[in-house]
Design a binder for this molecule. Sequence first.
Ligand SMILES: [Zn+2]
Length: 284
Amino acid sequence: MASATVCVSYHFDAVSTWLWAFDAWDMPTRHSRGVYGADVGTPRLLDLHDEHDLPSTWCIPGHTIESFPAACEAIADAGHGIQHHGWTHRGPSSYESREAERADIERGIESIVALTGERPTGYASPAWDFSEHTLDILLELGFEWDSSVMAADFTPHYLRRGWRAPADAPYERGEPTDIVELPPSWERDDFPPFTYTWAGPHRMGYTDEEMIFRKWRDQFDWMCEHVDGGVYVLTLHPQVIGQAHRIGRLEELLEHMYSRDGVEFERMATVAKRFREQNPPEAQ
Ligand SMILES: [Zn+2]
């Protein structure tokens, strides 16, 4: 039996996700989907984790921290990890300059420090978007780990910088940095299959929900059978997974996971720290 780790991560975007995507709708009806995440989804999820005594990691934009302070304080008070997800929820590659991108990340750090008293050690980029500057900015600001890059599925590794991707020459991967990557996946994210929008670039929703939960469970089972020390990062959004017809299925999935021998639930910061200790960057 291979040992395995589950990291349940919540991207608590709340209203922020509706301000920079999906035609940037500035309407209370659109905002309300994010307010639901703060007012309804988050308390339900905190109750679920409390009931089963499972740690989790919340990647929270500063916009959410300052818009919904009580919900964020409840997350912190419950002992869950709180990590960086931008101040806005704007994709890093959309900034007009390196300075503007860095200023947003610095502002997000300040919001988290004001909430928890500690700097975040990890970063998950909004919509897993990365600019040519993002990794260097994370290094400058002392981040220790990231969860945005999908070059592996269940295996932590060190992110590389200095990649080159000319269309008319081979791809160059670059050199390892000392930032640990805990790979997420669109295949383990609730937003694309479950959330309906009626503007580009995203229109999904009304999918076979049983099939999606089965896909997540199948990935977990395969990892446990085939990847020794695998790390399973599940990315969920309170405004999506907190809906009544999903939270029961999430509970079943979590029970399936923690009932298996050798499986631990951990905060992402804990997993990244252990990987760094067992695989020192200077030894790479
Ligand atoms: Zn997000």
